[in-house]
Design a protein around this ligand. Sequence first.
Ligand code: COA
Length: 360
Amino acid sequence: MNDFKPGLEGVVAVETEIGEPDRDGGVLRYRGVDITELVGHYPYERVWGLLVDNDLDSEMPAPEPYEPARLTGNAPSDLQAETARFSAVWKLGKLNEISDEQAREDLGRISAQMMGIVARSARIADGHTDEVPASVVAQGRTAAEKFLLQWRGEADAKAVRAIDTYWICTAEHGLNASTFAARIVASTGADCGAALSSAVGALSGPLHGGAPAYVKPMLEEVAAMGDPDKWVRDTLDSGKRIMGFGHRIYRAEDPRSRILKETARELGSPQIEIAERLEEVALAELERRKPDRPLKTNVEYYSAIVLDVAQIPPPLAPAMFACSRVAGWSAHILEQKRTGRLFRPSARYVGPGARTLSPV
Ligand code: COA
C-alpha cells in the first residue's frame, strides 16, 4: 500500500455541494455565492439558511428556552459538554432512523442553542451569577444581537457587526478537521448532538480553531518589545510557528482574511496598526525562509483583531468559532446523512512482527 498520505492531505474523502474554497483564486463560495456578497448584506442566521437549506430566505431559528447543566465559564468545554447533553435532554433520534426533515429541525434548534450556551458561559466567566431575562434577549433583531444581549445584557452596534462579519466569514470551509469529525460521527448514524459535540472538540485545538486565542497575546508581546523584525526572527529561529499564518488549502491570500482586515479597519480596531506591521514583516521572513511553500495570512489572524473590537476575550475564541461553524457542520451532517455511507478508512500496520510474549 503506497498511497498513505499523512494528515490525509489532498485525499478526497467526500463530494460536497456546500462550500468551495477556491485555493488558487483566493475566493470562498457558499453554495456558489462569493462570501463578499453576503457579508454586510445578510445576517449570519440567513447565511445559515443558505448553507443548510440552500435558501437565503430560510434561517436558523431563535433559541428556545433551555436549562443547561452547571456551566463552568470555560466556554469551549461547556459547549462541548452541553451539545452532547442535548441528545439526552431532547431525546434526539439517531440520524439513520429519523427523516431528513427531522434532522434539519434538530440541527436548527441545536445550532441556536449552542450560541446561547456560549453567551451564558461567557457571562459566568465575566463573574455574573444572574441570567439576562429572556424578554431582553428576544429584543435582539439578529443572532449576533441576541448573542450579545444574552451575554452582556446590551448589544453595542460595532460589536454586533464585528461578530456577524466574523461568523459569516467562518461559517463553512469544506472538509476541515472539525467538519470531518462531524461527518464521521454522523456517518455512524449517531444523533445530531453527538455529531456536533465531536466537531466542537476537534475545533478546540490551536492548529484548527484555537489560533485567535494566541494572536492577541502575540500582538501584545510584539508591541511591548517594539521590534517586530527581531520578534519574527527570534520566533522562527527557535522553531516556533507564527500564529495566524499558513493554511492547508490556500496558497493565495485567504479571502476571509481580506474581508476581516477591512472590517477591523472600518471598526477602528486599536490593534490594526501593529497587526499590519507584524503581518508585513512575517510574510517577508516566511517567504525568505520557505520560498517553495507560500505561507500567507490565514483567517485566524484578522479574526483575532475583529473579535477584539467586540472585546471577546482570547480564551473564548474557539467557542466563537464554533458558533459560526454550526452552519457548515449542520449542512455537512445533513449531506452526510443523505449519502448513508459509513466512514471506515484503513491503517497500515507498521509495528513489530508476530512475537512471543516473553521478550515483552
Ligand atoms: N509559522 C512558521 N512556520 C510555519 C507556519 C507558521 N505559521 N506554518 C507552517 N510553517 C512551516 C512548518 O514549520 C513547515 O516547515 P518544515 O517543512 O520546515 O517542517 C512548513 O511550513 C509546512 O508546515 P505544515 O505543518 O506541513 O503545513 P500545514 O499545511 O500542514 O499546516 C497550519 C497548516 C495552519 C496547521 C500551519 O500553517 C500552522 O500551524 N499555522 C499556525 C497556526 C494557525 O494559524 N492555525 C490556524 C489555521 S486556520
